[in-house]
Design a binder for this molecule. Structure first.
Ligand code: ADE
Length: 418
């Protein structure tokens, strides 16, 4: 029989519980869902396999699902994002089987993934679609009610599977909910990416030229925050509309070949591969800092960087310097993995509150309606998205107006003119 959990050190439990409780204070929406789940038990007996970053915020989602009656197992969605004290606390204090150790190698990462699927889940909860991919690779005839997906990269993978007709069960794209990507991707990634860069390097942002590759919601968030701290921000894009938005948001836009010559710090958030490559490393100034905040560690061509280098040395936690054969030094943070999770704590709880409220309510929705859904990627139902926005506002003490009957009629009619 396989292990019932696999974490680094159970004696970290106390520290983990403290930090989980701290995050919980900033997650009132998830807390209120947990309270209702405890009363109503809508997930009673439902087996959920979750592959998420093992953080204090994820721990609070796990508690909510367990309160709803779910039998949940958790593994990491990135080998470097696990908070080992949180993993210990989930196992020992909250009774959630966790299979995740910070820094685990590729083999362990995939064996943990399989362990999270070891109780034959009816629902999968992914951040990057690794669980869904693993299930499709195996093709062992399991019946899955449905899945949920947290992030842009995962949704892209799933849409491609659905388009090719190979997706075997419905998946709800949590990422596409307004209460997710408009806040988590923008403000969460924006703040936590700079947090990771600052914690690992203690560099001054003000006055530096920061090159941001990718101007989706995450890129925008990073660009806004970097500007707010006094950086000269340059944006690199391939999409003409997004590039235009960056220009009109007041940023300089340039191809990476030009930006490489002037940047001090480079941040990739594109979701694509080899965005910064050999020819760019060679042009860079001495001592530049490279960081990635996209889901996979493929945006910076690290094998290419290694080939160009004559030596490497670790300068600080999460900071490795590559000395190129041309004598210039390039500093890579967090092994090119998500810098916000590898070198900081990921998005703050206040924003994950909405993302994970979407996860919890989508799991409930799949339990009730999954059997009637097709093998497609579905949005989070609008009512759920709106309910989360209303709840979040309420917990922030913000009230808003309602349409008057006259305004409703006006909006619904085409006859009423000026
Ligand atoms: N993704 C980004 N930040 C996160 C966090 N704090 N917890 C879980 N997943 C995340």
């Amino acid at each position: 029989m396989g292990k019932t959990y696999d974490v680094k050190n159970l004696s970290l439990v106390k520290a983990g519980v403290k930090r989980i409780e701290w995050a919980r204070r900033a997650m009132p929406v998830v807390r209120s869902i947990e309270d209702r789940f405890r009363r109503e038990r809508p997930l009673k007996g439902v087996r959920i396999g979750a592959c998420l970053h093992v953080t204090t915020e994820t721990a609070n989602l796990m508690r909510a699902l367990a309160a709803g009656g779910a039998d949940v197992r958790l593994c990491a969605s990135n080998p470097l994002s696990t908070q080992d004290d949180v993993a210990a606390a989930l196992v020992k204090e909250f009774g959630v089987p966790v299979f995740a150790i910070r820094g685990e190698d590729r083999k362990t990462y995939y064996s943990h993934l399989r362990s999270a699927l070891g109780h034959n889940p009816q629902i999968t909860m992914d951040d990057g679609a690794d669980l869904v991919s693993e299930l499709h690779r195996r093709d062992d005839g399991r019946v899955i009610l449905g899945g949920t997906e947290e992030t842009t990269t995962g949704v892209i993978r799933l849409r491609s599977m659905a388009q090719k007709g190979v997706l075997k069960f419905p998946v709800i794209s949590v990422n596409d909910a307004d209460t997710k990507h408009l806040f988590d991707n923008r403000y969460g990634t924006g703040q936590s990416t700079l947090d990771g860069i600052i914690r690992s390097t203690n560099t001054l942002i003000a006055g530096q030229t920061i090159v941001i590759c990718g101007y989706g919601w995450c890129g925008r968030g990073v660009a806004e925050r970097a500007r707010g701290m006094g950086a000269h921000v340059m944006v690199v894009e391939v999409d003409a509309v997004r590039a235009l938005q960056a220009v009109m948001d007041g940023f300089r836009v340039a191809p990476i070949g030009k930006a490489a010559l002037v940047g001090d710090v480079f941040i990739t958030v594109t979701g694509d591969i080899n965005v910064i490559r050999r020819e760019h490393f060679l042009k860079m100034k001495d001592g530049v800092i490279l960081a990635n905040s996209g889901h996979f560690n493929v945006e910076i061509d690290i094998p290419g960087l290694e080939k160009l280098s004559r030596s490497t040395q670790t300068l600080r936690d999460n900071v490795v310097e590559y000395v190129l054969r041309n004598g210039k030094r390039v500093v890579l943070l967090g092994e090119g993995r998500l810098v916000n999770l590898a070198a900081a704590e990921g998005h703050p709880a206040m924003v994950m509150d909405m993302s994970f409220a979407n996860q919890a309510l989508s799991a409930e929705y799949l339990t009730q309606h999954g059997r009637r859904l097709k093998r497609q990627v579905y949005p989070v139902p609008k009512e759920i998205d709106e309910a989360i926005a209303r709840l979040k506002l309420k917990t922030m003490g913000v009230s808003i107006d309602r349409l008057t009957p006259e305004q409703k009629t006006y909006l619904a009619s085409w006859e009423m003119g000026t």
